[in-house]
Write a protein that binds this ligand. Structure first.
Ligand code: GLY
Ligand code: MN
Ligand code: MN
Length: 368
């Protein structure tokens, strides 16, 4: 996509003669390939995208997705598709680039194996790292990306509303995760955007817990952190529930997390150092009986992956910019007892922010 190629080159000074983005084998696919080449489906293992300073893009597609690649190129006059097998790709790219030696790579995503192959095919090449430029270009989203994120977030929100109806005594964390993922698929997701977190009881105090066979019982707090892929774009939402009668402490914990999120959202506007968003949430939590129990940064960017290259915490100076799509996800975690996290996806706007996710966030005791 020409505007995205130009946006990426605009971050580079001096500018390389070309940017080479190379996919290895799933899951070692560089999502920048799909940022530049707008193709809604397909793995494109071993494929390369070569971006030029004038905005043009050459794609060396694996033969396995040749038709999809050609279809996508028909929709974009600035993309030329060439089909090449895995062993021919580097040499074909070399031929296309002629005598160019000043080339940029995404050091953060390129596998070493791919680098050696490229280096062997480009004698005398001077490789530079453009991963920071990629992060900066991708961190603000264009209208098309925001629309896809909105759709991905709507799927997450629908499932967020459905979770109370899925809760029953004896269901396991893994079973609930499976039901949530099934529902995301029925609502139009092409997959889950990361391994679903479902945590019952004391497990809910571990932010990145992995679901297991633990069965739900009355009195458990529940953290569900999940997201959908829609046309390659990822949502990320967390909702916390309480099954049956919970102690008053967890009700207050929930309400404090909600207040913390509200405070964090109140700090969101362009130009604000992103740490201010974190600190607004931390201040609410640290003024409560659960001081220090926010144990992670309050958010990160979302996009073609759920952790889309940028995150913010108490020391993050990067200012918020219009078009950033980020999560705001404070939590309070009480080891051995339980936890609450509330996570929403938002997009930064001229005057503040818009929600992408919308499911209710309030304290709910689902009847056991
Ligand atoms: N889904 C992991 C996170 O919220 O960062
Ligand atoms: Mn999450
Ligand atoms: Mn998140």
């Amino acid at each position: 996509m020409k505007p995205r190629v130009l946006k990426l080159f605009a971050q580079l000074d001096p500018k390389p003669e070309a940017i080479v983005i190379a996919n290895s084998i799933d899951p070692h696919l560089d999502q920048t390939f799909f940022y530049l080449f707008d193709v809604p489906a397909g793995l494109f293992e071993g494929s390369i995208a070569i971006a030029h300073p004038d905005g043009e893009l050459d794609v060396f597609s694996s033969p396995l997705e040749a038709e999809t690649a050609h279809e996508a190129a028909k929709r974009d006059p600035h993309v030329a598709v060439h089909v090449a097998g895995r062993d021919e790709t580097a040499a074909a790219a070399r031929k296309l680039l002629g005598a160019s030696t000043d080339l940029a790579l995404n050091f953060r995503e390129l596998t070493h194996e791919w680098f050696l192959r490229l280096d062997g095919s480009f004698p005398g090449a001077k490789w530079t790292d453009c991963s920071n430029a990629i992060r900066k270009a991708r961190v603000t989203k264009d209208a098309n990306e925001i629309e896809l994120l909105r759709r991905a977030s709507e799927i997450g929100s629908k499932v967020g509303r459905e979770i109370p109806g899925m809760l029953r005594a004896g269901i396991s964390e893994l079973e609930l995760a499976a039901e949530m993922e099934h529902q995301m698929g029925l609502h139009g997701a092409s997959g889950r955007s990361f391994a679903t977190i479902v945590a019952f009881g004391p497990h809910s105090a571990e932010p990145h817990y992995a679901p297991a066979d633990t069965k739900l019982k009355a009195g458990d707090s529940i953290v569900c952190d999940f997201g959908a892929y829609y046309h390659r774009y990822a949502s990320d939402i967390t909702r916390s529930f309480h099954f049956g009668r919970r102690d008053d402490e967890m009700k207050q914990v929930h309400e404090t997390v909600q207040k913390a999120q509200h405070a964090a959202l109140g700090a969101v506007r362009p130009g604000v150092p992103s740490k201010e968003v974190h600190l607004a949430a931390a201040q609410v939590i640290d003024a409560s009986p659960w001081k220090g129990r926010l144990t992670h940064g309050v958010g990160h960017s979302i996009g073609l992956v759920v952790h889309d290259g940028w995150a913010y915490g108490p020391t993050a100076e990067d200012p918020l910019e219009v078009g950033m799509a980020i999560t705001v996800e404070p939590g309070i975690y009480l080891p051995g007892h339980g936890g609450v996290r509330i996570e929403d996806d938002i997009v930064v706007t001229k005057n503040g922010y818009e929600f992408l996710t919308t499911a209710p966030r309030e304290y709910v005791e689902v009847p056991a």
